[in-house]
Design a protein around this ligand. Structure first.
Ligand code: FAD
Length: 325
């Protein structure tokens, strides 16, 4: 184990120990290949004064891109723009003594590679994972699992639950060590874009929880009523684990179209109109920060377990908001 790494606390224990107080957590991306780990530390430094309960690190699968050759033809190559999720989690733990949550996806992984990744995390003392399906690869129109890989997040989740019971892929292993992963899954207040309706999506979410998920983190939303309605629908459907709201700052006008297109979320008319009136990105950032603060205050007052911020590129905006809470 790295010097300085302490035994991890599970996300669910952080929540239970907080006894109803609202915690703060952040999501970061691995640095772009070639940027080095200091790029990430510079991003995290302004956020650490808020003593986050945990930090999530996203996972980015390889992409196929076409590179033009000298003769004018194209060569298909595989690039991985943001590698290193597992080791970045260990590096963050080592530097800041904070718990980390690596994201683990089905896309691009066979079950054996998944098991290896989980074993590596276990060796590193990382006891949290957020299990996800991942999106379609850039050259595919719909999600396709690797040959022999998992099709849905629940299948990956079951593999983690098996390891927690000491069941490895290789049959006949004796006296196996049990991992002790605390497992998070994704939920969508505005429905996952592929689900035919919210009820069906909730049925699949409930299956993930019944199979062993300890908590849910939501997709970003900009209207708190959607989060509250989602929590109620989950409770009515028999889902009783903590539901952590995911929050994102808006800081430029392009996001008015990029966010709905990419994440399938609505921006309320008041927010969209205020952004449209802005003349500069600085003004948009101010409007976005005020909106995020308003959302955060209301959610905190309503007693959410954690405010989870997608910090993507804008740690200072998130820092300003959390400082004002
Ligand atoms: P699933 O739970 O598998 O659901 C996918 C779809 O299939 C849904 O429509 C669901 O209703 C349906 N479904 C589920 N089970 C079944 C079944 N048995 N039969 C039929 N239909 C079913 N992506 C990344 O690549 N890297 C990341 O780091 C990352 N982090 C994320 C963090 C959060 C908090 C969130 C909300 C999303 C993140 N994503 C990430 C995006 C995520 O991978 C996509 O939203 C993906 O399209 C769905 O993932 P899921 O885990 O919700 O999938």
């Amino acid at each position: 184990m790295f010097a300085g790494i302490f035994p991890q606390m599970k996300v669910i224990d952080h929540i239970n120990n907080a006894k109803g107080n609202t915690l703060v957590s952040f999501e970061v991306l691995p640095p772009l290949k070639g940027k080095g780990i200091n790029a990430l530390y510079n991003h995290l430094d302004p956020l650490m004064e808020f003593k986050p309960a945990f930090i999530n690190v996203t996972y980015h699968r390889s992409e196929h891109v076409f590179k033009k050759k000298a003769d004018g033809s194209f060569e298909k190559i595989v690039v991985r723009k943001r590698p290193g999720t597992e080791s970045i989690c260990a590096a963050i733990m080592n530097k800041y003594n904070v718990d980390t949550v690596p994201h683990l996806i089905c896309g691009g992984f066979g079950v054996n590679e998944t098991e290896d990744a989980l074993i590596n995390l276990h060796y590193l003392g990382i006891d949290n994972v957020l299990v996800l399906r991942g999106d379609a690869a850039k050259n595919e129109t719909s999600f396709e699992p690797e040959p022999g890989g998992h099709r849905y997040a629940i299948d990956l989740l079951k593999q983690v639950v098996n390891l927690n019971s000491g069941i490895y892929l290789e049959e006949g292993l004796k006296d196996t060590s049990r991992t002790k992963f605390c497992i998070g899954v994704a939920g969508y207040p505005e429905k996952h874009f592929e689900a035919p309706n919210l009820d069906t999506d909730l049925e699949h979410l409930k299956r993930k929880v019944d199979a062993g998920a300890d908590y849910i983190i939501t997709q970003m939303f900009f209207d708190n009523e959607k989060y509250h309605a989602f929590v109620k629908a989950c409770r009515d459907a028999g889902i009783h684990v903590p539901i952590i709201p995911g929050l994102k700052p808006i800081y430029n006008k392009k996001q008015l179209t990029v966010l709905p297109r990419t994440f399938h979320v609505d921006l309320p008319a008041d927010l969209a109109n205020a952004i449209l009136k802005c003349k500069t990105d600085e003004e948009v950032e101010q409007v976005g920060a005020e909106w995020l603060l308003m959302q955060s205050k209301e959610l905190k007052k309503s007693g959410v377990p954690v405010l989870h911020y997608y910090t993507l590129g804008k740690p200072h905006v998130v820092a300003k908001v959390v400082r004002s809470l």
